[in-house]
Write a protein that binds this ligand. Structure first.
Ligand code: HEC
Ligand code: HEC
Ligand code: HEC
Ligand code: HEC
Ligand code: HEC
Ligand code: HEC
Ligand code: HEC
Ligand code: HEC
Ligand code: HEC
Ligand code: HEC
Length: 301
């Protein structure tokens, strides 16, 4: 067994083509043999981040990095056709992803985890990462490029950013991955997290974090989207309702004070709140600390 392994290693080293076949011919052909017919791709690969695989001895793919993704290629070299070689982009999603995850598993990011909506919904790594073009196409980093990539499939979400009140995403000040991790997250909708498990919104809106002495229950329990439309809204402050009082009264109405047992609804405003009077239509004129207060149980200051 060790002898055979040694022979195989020699073949991996790329001498195979010139030498007499070993007793058990290696299934691997080596990257240089691909160059003969795929000159353009071979040359461009030198500028590709994956060229690290070709050069690094420790990874085990030295001089045969093409085959780390495409699988053993000696049969293909002898019988060249599309049928005799593996193309991760044409495989069923789970198999193609497995080829990438053989190296990109369990990194500190969520990359190696498969919990995301995308993996669940058969969106492959190669739907977003194009291997043989520029480094920028392998992994988009410029905000505009990320937004363009996401928008190819999520047209409706992109369109929401045309509404009057929204984050400055179309202007390039922000991108979808500021709020979403395309590889998955412990939060629903693949939302980014900060400080382990808090919503990513707090990365920029730290003043809403607390901990507050008097929390407004839905902020932490239901999340920012209980009151805001994060992608953009027709309403000021990106609120879900045009009139602030309507938003509040969806929870603070006709339910007994004890309703907190259900954990979802707030109490009714006390009787002096004359809801017919314009004075009471903008609740946040008085309840200014709507995200939580350090001093007022009623969120008044
Ligand atoms: C003798 C010429 C030759 C050599 C050497 C060669 N190929 Fe190919 N390769 C081809 C031909 C011909 C095709 C089919 C092209 C087509 O159908 O358009 C092909 C297609 C491919 C495809 C596309 C398959 C698909 O389904 O889209 C990949 C990937 C590929 N080769 C990788 C490799 C790798 C990796 C090596 C080195 C191990 C290699 N080739 C060596 C001739 C060669
Ligand atoms: C990191 C994985 C990976 C490595 C390494 C890799 N490829 Fe590919 N290759 C792919 C994927 C994925 C595709 C499908 C198209 C795409 O996403 O760019 C592909 C497509 C191809 C094609 C089909 C033509 C095309 O543009 O679609 C050829 C030929 C090819 N690769 C050859 C090679 C050669 C030669 C090497 C080594 C110099 C190599 N590949 C290294 C992943 C890889
Ligand atoms: C043989 C191991 C291996 C395989 C298989 C592999 N990669 Fe990589 N990948 C690497 C290495 C090494 C780098 C260079 C950067 C680094 O050190 O992390 C890299 C870099 C990347 C980057 C750029 C990271 C950055 O920070 O710029 C992306 C994106 C990526 N790979 C996606 C893929 C996809 C998609 C596939 C499957 C088609 C794949 N990889 C298959 C080893 C691999
Ligand atoms: C929905 C699109 C999408 C899918 C699907 C996807 N990625 Fe990514 N990936 C991205 C984007 C966008 C980035 C850049 C993230 C950033 O800059 O924060 C990225 C970054 C990366 C990086 C660089 C490291 C990092 O976290 O910045 C690697 C490596 C990577 N992806 C590998 C993979 C692998 C492997 C798969 C399949 C299991 C995959 N990706 C699936 C969009 C995607
Ligand atoms: C190739 C098409 C495609 C691309 C590109 C794509 N997505 Fe998706 N995305 C999907 C599909 C399919 C689903 C699942 C069905 C749905 O919810 O619409 C999904 C779901 C999602 C979800 C809901 C996830 C969940 O866990 O419920 C979010 C958030 C998302 N995508 C964000 C992004 C971001 C951010 C990008 C860009 C980095 C992106 N998508 C790029 C196809 C895509
Ligand atoms: C300011 C942060 C933020 C930005 C930027 C953002 N999203 Fe979202 N997105 C969210 C939140 C929060 C939710 C969850 C909403 C909810 O629970 O009702 C969400 C939900 C989604 C969903 C799931 C929708 C559904 O109905 O299930 C998709 C898909 C999505 N976003 C895609 C995108 C895309 C694509 C972009 C970039 C064009 C983007 N998002 C930019 C915060 C953001
Ligand atoms: C990358 C930083 C960043 C992240 C992440 C972020 N925001 Fe913002 N947000 C901003 C900035 C900057 C503004 C200032 C308004 C502008 O862009 O014109 C803003 C404004 C707002 C506004 C006020 C809009 C107005 O009309 O006054 C609301 C509400 C808001 N964000 C909610 C959220 C929610 C909810 C999330 C998470 C789903 C979130 N933001 C994530 C940066 C961020
Ligand atoms: C219970 C409903 C509710 C929840 C939940 C909520 N907000 Fe708000 N938010 C509001 C209201 C109402 C306003 C408008 C206040 C005003 O008009 O003075 C507002 C305003 C804002 C503003 C702009 C004005 C300012 O105070 O900076 C930002 C930014 C904001 N919210 C971020 C967030 C973030 C981030 C979350 C999640 C951590 C969140 N909100 C959760 C109701 C809510
Ligand atoms: C998603 C449901 C929801 C929305 C929307 C909502 N609240 Fe609340 N609110 C609650 C819950 C739940 C509590 C905690 C009630 C308790 O402890 O009895 C609460 C508590 C309060 C309190 C503290 C007093 C108390 O009853 O403990 C005030 C004041 C308040 N809300 C005002 C508002 C205002 C003003 C708005 C509109 C900007 C609003 N709420 C929107 C659910 C909501
Ligand atoms: C003119 C100022 C003002 C406006 C406008 C106002 N409130 Fe109040 N609200 C108060 C004050 C003051 C208290 C505290 C009453 C007390 O100490 O008994 C209070 C208390 C509350 C409470 C807590 C009741 C409890 O039992 O602790 C809720 C819930 C509430 N308001 C909801 C609303 C809603 C919803 C609106 C908008 C429709 C609104 N408020 C508009 C001044 C206002």
């Amino acid at each position: 067994m060790p002898g055979r392994l040694g022979a195989a290693l020699l073949v991996f080293a790329g001498f195979a083509a010139a030498q007499a076949p070993a007793s058990a011919p290696s299934p691997y052909a080596g990257s240089e043999s691909c160059q003969v017919c795929h000159e353009d791709i071979y040359k461009a690969f030198a500028k590709n981040p994956h060229t690290a695989v070709e050069k690094d001895k420790k990874r085990g793919w030295e001089n045969r990095s093409c085959e780390s993704c495409h699988g053993p290629g000696s049969n293909h070299v002898e019988n060249p056709s599309a049928e005799t070689i593996r193309n991760p982009a044409k495989l069923p999603v789970a198999e193609g992803d497995a080829a990438c995850l053989s190296c990109h598993r369990n990194q500190p990011t969520h990359v190696g985890r498969i919990q995301s909506g995308h993996a669940r919904n058969q969106v492959s790594c190669t739907a977003c990462h194009t291997v043989h073009k520029s480094a920028e196409e392998l992994v988009p980093r410029r905000r505009a490029a990320v937004n363009a990539e996401c928008s190819t499939c999520h047209l409706a979400e992109r369109a929401s950013f045309q509404r009057p009140h929204k984050h400055k995403l179309p202007e390039g000040a922000m991108s979808c991955v500021d709020c979403h991790n395309p590889h998955g997250s412990i939060l629903a909708k693949s939302l980014q997290t900060v400080s382990a498990n808090e919503p990513g919104c707090l990365k920029c809106h730290g003043d809403k974090r607390g901990p507050f002495v008097f929390e407004h229950a839905p902020v932490r329990l239901e999340g920012c989207a209980a009151c805001h439309e994060p992608h953009g809204s027709a309403n000021p402050r990106m609120l879900k309702r045009a009139q602030v009082s309507l938003l509040c009264l969806e929870c603070h109405a006709n339910t007994p004070r004890t309703s907190t047992a259900s954990g979802t609804l707030g109490g009714i405003p006390p009787a002096f709140h004359d809801l017919r009077s314009p004075r009471f239509q903008n609740c946040t004129i008085c309840h200014v600390k709507i995200h939580g207060s350090h001093v007022s149980r009623e969120l008044l200051r």
